[in-house]
Design a protein. Structure first.
Length: 228
């Protein structure tokens, strides 16, 4: 796994892009080779701080309104976009929010509750319709696996994972994080309050994952690329 910087939409055309934090790394680390065709960005400051220990400058990115999502939507006006994730109600509300705030039409908006057959049919539909951009919020590792199956089925466009972004945006009716929370990098604390199931991640899984990450870094299983 190589953790890199986001170089702008013009540089990621045709790529699969996901985001890694200690929780998602914990979920992915036993199959890192499987995800070698995905470009990973650092979601959160822990891995950014680790990169600085090695004299590098990987920055924090997330697919939400505090980071690269506005740029992605602004760069995708007029393109054929598919969004997969959350409930049917939330994904349709999300579709309306994106259209209202970014003047960006989502061609295909589908709930993330997919059976084997419906996922296969959805992937076929995305490929057949030649969607330019796909945004997938299914949670790790399902969303990364979806990207790989999409690519294996002949998809040639750009695809991002987005975690809980669809649900968060729909339920908050726009920006999920209050301004001061985002300004002072307290997003983890806000999530613990709003989403109590994340508490276990921060206090139990994160420490284990960070130790494992250092070990894998020293073993060469993961590295940083801070090129702009």
């Amino acid at each position: 796994m190589i953790i890199t910087n986001f170089k702008g939409m013009s540089e990621v055309g045709g790529q699969l892009v996901s985001f890694v934090n200690p929780y998602s790394y914990y979920m992915l680390r036993h199959n890192l080779d499987k995800y070698s065709n995905i470009s990973f960005l650092s979601d959160g400051f822990i891995f950014c701080l680790v990169s600085r220990l090695f004299g590098l400058g990987v920055r924090r990115y997330s697919f939400d309104l505090t980071s690269i999502a506005p740029e992605v939507f602004a760069s995708s006006r007029g393109l054929k976009i598919a969004v997969v994730g959350s409930t049917e109600t939330n994904v349709q509300k999300f579709r309306g929010i994106v259209k209202s705030n970014y003047n960006c039409e989502i061609y295909l908006a589908v709930s993330g509750f997919l059976s084997g057959n419906s996922e296969f049919e959805l992937i076929e539909n995305i490929v057949r319709e030649k969607c330019d951009l796909v945004i997938v919020g299914l949670g790790t590792p399902k969303q990364e696996d979806f990207l790989l199956r999409l690519k294996m089925s002949g998809y040639l466009g750009t695809a991002f994972t987005c975690g809980g972004f669809i649900t968060q945006t729909a339920e908050a009716d726009g920006e999920y994080y209050p301004h001061l929370i985002n300004k002072y990098n307290l997003r983890f604390l806000y999530r613990m309050i709003k989403e109590p199931h994340t508490i276990k991640r921060y206090f139990c899984i994160y420490p284990i994952s960070i130790i494992a990450f250092f070990f894998d870094l020293l073993q060469g299983r993961v590295s940083f690329d801070n090129k702009e």
